[in-house]
Design a protein around this ligand. Structure first.
Ligand code: XBP
Length: 255
């Protein structure tokens, strides 16, 4: 089967949004609501095992002696914090504090030139995705993401495969016609469970190894060194032809 589309994860893959974006925005939201809570890098890195910002807040409250005791009060506090966090996040993104990861813009341009279709499968909220696309790419590139499956579109977030399945359905493609790009174990599990060949670009909070099943794992799209399996010899960034080669290898192995 020929590769027709790339299905992108957002946080950690398109951009390093977590450390200076979501994490700081959560801390600003704690402050704004008068809470003495703070998520440092170590704590936030552990909390990222829980996908979804609201779910992450509720999970963290389970370990805090000063969190509200009643479930309904926790729920409404998590909703209020999450809304404030997303507002702070949007401000930070609009201010240019979050950028695309190196090599991403080049690969997107190559995909558009060569007619490869683009989609998003993420657990983050739609407003966050739109804010990021607006701030980090021109309108034509943003519009090229023809399917955008976000946290509010699914019943179950990653590692559940629902977001990837919905993205495939929106594109009208079989799993073998697309390739997922992810950075974290939950994303890899989700994409694999949807039957998608998956390339993992390791990120700040997920330096690896990501677990079994990846087509290839490497440090970033801006370099050819450090990928397993190795990219074809050459210099410079990882290109669409490298992804096509890995995808073809998986298709031949599955035949
Ligand atoms: C990453 C997530 C999100 C973000 C925060 O999603 O798990 O929860 O950390 O965004 P992905 P929200 O890697 O699938 O893009 O607060 O909107 O959930």
């Amino acid at each position: 089967m020929k590769l027709e589309a790339l299905i992108w994860d957002v946080d950690g893959t398109l951009a390093e949004t977590e450390a200076e974006g979501h994490r700081v925005a959560f801390n600003l939201a704690f402050q704004a609501l008068g809470l003495p809570w703070h998520w440092d890098h170590a704590r936030y890195g552990r909390l990222l095992a829980v996908t979804g910002g609201r779910e992450r807040l509720l999970h963290d409250m389970q370990t805090r002696p000063d969190a509200p005791l009643q479930a309904e009060v926790r729920e409404s506090l998590a909703r209020a914090l999450h809304a404030r966090k997303n507002a702070f996040y949007a401000e930070r993104v609009a201010a240019g504090l979050v950028r695309l990861r190196p090599g991403v813009a080049e690969l997107l341009a190559e995909c558009r030139e060569r007619g490869l279709r683009l989609a998003i499968a993420t657990t983050t909220s739609r407003d966050n995705v739109e804010a990021l696309l607006r701030a980090t790419m021109d309108a034509d590139t943003a519009a090229a993401f023809e399917a955008r499956v976000c946290g509010e579109d699914v019943q179950a977030k990653k590692p559940d495969p629902e977001a990837h399945r919905l993205a495939l359905a929106a594109l009208g493609l079989q799993p073998g016609q697309a390739l997922a790009l992810e950075d974290a174990p939950a994303g890899l599990q989700a994409a694999r469970a949807a039957g998608l060949p998956t390339v993992v670009t390791l990120s700040r909070y997920f330096p690896g190894p990501p677990g079994p099943g990846a087509l290839a794992v490497g440090p970033g799209l801006d370099r050819r060194e450090g990928w397993r399996p190795a990219a074809a010899p050459g210099s410079g960034r990882l290109c669409l032809d490298d992804l096509i080669a890995w995808h073809g290898r998986e298709m031949r192995a599955a035949a």
